[in-house]
Design a protein around this ligand. Structure first.
Ligand SMILES: *Cc1c(COP(=O)(O)O)cnc(C)c1O
Length: 223
């Protein structure tokens, strides 16, 4: 069940701080998503390609869909016609494939590089060195990437009660964001999104500079 009171509260406090909200609707019913949409939410995030494709077809066409899961190259084509922002770009060849599929659809798709900041090694993402390599190549070969735009970074903190650890991981991501911005995107106003923070840690993420939070359970209840 959607918690509309909770939604209003969260939305109000995010608006005050200029942070955008992606409502994470994975495993949730069409009716729940529609209810949140009716309440004014336009950005929704999904983790699985098939689920996203099904929901996109069944729901209003002005919903902005974010892909926040781990994306396989051979599945990019299914979401390329409509996806608004791909949060989890963690390989250079994935960026190439997104560019190719976006071109076929006559679109330009915004992407975030996913950076591995957590202590667990189960979470996907590039380390700093891989991100630097990717960005160096991307900026040196811009003419081959006319159909993608890297508009920021995304990261997930360790799943832990230790607030200081979570805070320091977000802080690390913010500092990488600032470094990359001044090294590779100076004057590029599109590079502005720092996607970090979920139900349990979004307050900390915002204190550490998040511009976009991805919230599921606080809006839709437990999965
Ligand atoms: C599921 C998921 C979320 C939302 O998590 P909640 O704890 O439900 O807020 C955010 N980001 C990613 C990448 C996810 O997979």
């Amino acid at each position: 069940m959607v918690n509309l009171d909770q939604y209003s509260e969260i939305k109000f406090s995010l608006d005050e701080r200029n942070v955008s909200l992606v409502a994470v609707s994975k495993f949730k019913e069409i009716a729940d998503i529609a209810a949140l949409y009716e309440a004014g939410q336009v950005d929704f995030g999904e983790n699985y390609v098939q689920e996203l494709v099904n929901k996109q077809a069944a729901l209003p066409s002005d919903i902005r869909w974010h892909f926040i899961g781990h994306l396989q190259r051979n599945k990019v084509k299914y979401i390329a016609p409509f996806v608004t922002l791909i949060h989890g770009v963690d390989r250079y060849d994935l960026l190439q494939e997104i560019n190719k599929q976006a071109q076929k659809n006559n679109r330009k798709i915004s992407c975030l590089l996913q950076i591995h900041i957590a202590a667990e090694d189960t979470k996907f993402g590039m380390d700093e060195k891989e991100a630097v390599e990717c960005l160096a190549f991307y900026t040196a070969n811009k003419h081959n990437f006319n159909h993608v735009a890297i508009t920021g970074l995304m990261g997930m903190a360790t799943f832990t009660d230790d607030e200081e650890q979570v805070r320091s991981e977000f802080r690390k991501l913010k500092s990488l964001f600032d470094i990359f911005k001044s090294s590779y995107f100076l004057g590029d106003e599109n590079f502005k999104t720092l996607s970090m923070g979920m139900t349990d840690d979004y307050q900390i993420a915002i204190e550490e500079g998040s511009t976009m939070v991805r919230i599921g359970r606080a809006l839709f209840g437990a999965r």
